[in-house]
Design a protein around this ligand. Structure first.
Ligand code: NDP
Length: 310
């Protein structure tokens, strides 16, 4: 059984930043990166809104730099997926890849969230070449062009209004004849002249060629099939927080996001902290995730200090 003072789960901006701070605080952190080192950010190309990079930075490069920065201070970063967690008492019992047993004094959950996709082969084909699940990350590449957003919830409405400020025209593809979004968000959409809502429509196929996305084939509820011309296809059908493994012990909200206490990263389980998108349905940015990773490491350090002084 391996004993660890600070175990960080998740290799995205939140996890790596937590590892930078925890290693500089001599917590000897161990970080497991999981199946997707670098996290959601690596599904995009250039990151232009991360402060400190005047000309933008390649997403993978940014993540590699964060990882290397944590390693420079001694963070032990490992490939591996946590497959079991027992948080019923401290130290917490964690199993990695079904076999490696760990006892962790503190735990930082930074497992992120996964954007939902429709599951169409054409959507997979053009991922990163016109298909995106993040308007804030990629919208800039579609300035003065026509794009489509799928979904009728707050995320889709937020994406559509954001894109409307950059793009020539935004189509919203909504599968019912009503929005799920809050009234305020709906009103923002209705008040934006360059958003056209295509009610009762489902996406049949994302169309494209070697240059990327060129359009979308839609099917209306009455069976009518038609195409629209767009350069970008944005998913706004929700995210799935990766919190199931911990949900028996850690409180989650109605959408599965881990609940943290006030401005801290404390969960309802003493010694367990949550950072990044797994606890943030609202902002979901690399910079906000990194900031909460910093807070989680500081919270873990203070927690261990308090325990020592008790
Ligand atoms: P939601 O689950 O609220 O909405 C998802 C939307 O996508 C729905 O309109 C749904 O349609 C549609 N959808 C789902 N699957 C498909 C599919 N396969 N094909 C077509 N359409 C589909 O997710 P959100 O991410 O919008 O919101 C999640 C939570 O985060 C909510 O509580 C929301 O209020 C909150 N949020 C708040 C924000 C804010 O306050 N600024 C911003 C963003 C999110 P249908 O309605 O038919 O099910």
């Amino acid at each position: 059984m391996e004993k660890i003072r600070c175990l960080i789960i998740g290799g995205g901006p939140a996890g790596y930043t937590a590892a930078v701070y925890a290693s500089r605080s001599s917590l000897a952190p161990v970080l497991y990166e999981g199946m997707e080192p670098g996290g959601q950010l690596t599904t995009t190309t250039v990151v232009e809104n991360y402060p400190g990079f005047k000309d933008g930075v390649d997403a993978n490069e940014l993540m590699n730099q964060m990882r290397a920065q944590a390693q420079r201070f001694g963070a032990d970063i490992r490939r591996g997926t946590v497959t079991k967690a027992d948080l019923s008492q401290r130290p917490f019992q964690i199993t990695v890849d079904g076999e490696h047993e760990i006892e962790a004094e503190t735990l930082i959950i930074a497992t992120g969230a996964t954007a939902k996709y429709l599951g169409l082969p054409s959507e997979t084909r053009f991922r990163g070449a016109g298909v995106s699940a993040c308007a804030t990350c990629d919208g800039f590449f579609y300035r003065r062009k026509d794009v489509a957003v799928v979904g009728g919830g707050d995320s889709a409405c937020e994406e559509a209004t954001y894109l409307a400020g950059l793009c020539n025209k935004v189509y919203m593809i909504v599968r019912r004849d009503v929005f799920r979004a809050s009234k305020a968000m709906q009103e923002r959409v209705f008040a934006t002249p360059n958003i056209e809502i295509l009610w009762n429509c489902n996406t049949q196929e994302v169309l494209g060629d070697d240059t990327g996305v060129t359009g979308v084939r839609l099917v209306r509820k009455n069976g009518e099939v038609f195409d629209i011309k767009v350069d970008g296809f944005f998913l706004g059908i929700g995210h799935h927080p990766n919190a199931e493994l911990f949900a028996t012990w850690v409180q989650t909200d109605e959408n599965g996001y881990i609940v943290t206490e006030g401005k801290t990263t404390k969960t309802n389980v003493e010694g367990v902290f949550a950072a990044g998108d797994v606890q943030d349905p609202k902002y979901r940015q690399a910079i906000t995730a990194a900031a909460s990773g910093c807070r989680a490491a500081l919270d873990a350090e203070r927690f261990l200090l308090e325990k020592k002084n008790q």
